[in-house]
Ligand binder design. Structure first.
Ligand SMILES: [Zn+2]
Ligand SMILES: [Zn+2]
Length: 173
């Protein structure tokens, strides 16, 4: 027991205020207290802000991520192909039942292993891969719409119109 210290600490030592908390300490005590007090002060204030920023950051990120993935049309083409296969199956089944009813020879069955990546042209019923199909269907659509304006048909129409005119016309003399 070297009982000198308590006496010094009590009256004779000069006290210094802590920059952070304002409490007064002896020089040697303040030396130890200062860093601790500053750490405590930072703990009270800094983490709150950084937590807020972190939450805001993750909020924005998650929102962006979800909206981004929703815009990817990966499933659509697959759904469409399946839908088309389904329609094709129904169509061929209908053709079969019709042929049986009317006593006609059965239509050729659809290819046994249909490539799911292939798309059937609704105009000529041929199958193409996706890139060829879009080009071909446009072409085939054009062709089938041109058939409506078939030169032979349009010529016949024009002829009948000309006849109609010839019959109606002689009012003007
Ligand atoms: Zn302090
Ligand atoms: Zn076609």
């Amino acid at each position: 027991m070297a009982g000198t210290e308590p006496f010094l600490a009590d009256g004779n030592q000069e006290l210094f205020p802590c920059e952070v908390c304002g409490r007064r300490f002896a020089a040697d005590v303040l030396e130890r207290h200062g860093p601790i007090c500053r750490k405590l002060f930072n703990k009270k204030h800094k983490p709150f802000n950084s937590l807020k920023q972190r939450l805001q950051g993750t909020d924005i990120l998650t929102v962006r991520k979800t909206t981004h993935s929703q815009h990817q049309p990966v499933r659509k083409s697959n759904w469409r192909q399946q839908h088309e296969d389904f329609i094709n199956a129904i169509r061929s089944a209908k053709q079969c039942t019709l042929a049986i009813k009317e006593g006609q020879p059965l239509p050729p069955p659809p290819p046994p292993s249909i490539n799911p990546d292939y798309i059937q042209c609704p105009y000529c019923m041929r199958r193409f891969n996706e890139t060829a199909a879009t080009r071909h269907i446009n072409f085939c659509k054009d062709q089938s719409s041109r058939k409506v304006f078939d030169p032979a048909q349009t010529a016949a129409k024009l002829a009948s119109r000309a006849q109609g005119r010839a019959q109606v016309s002689p009012k003007k003399e």
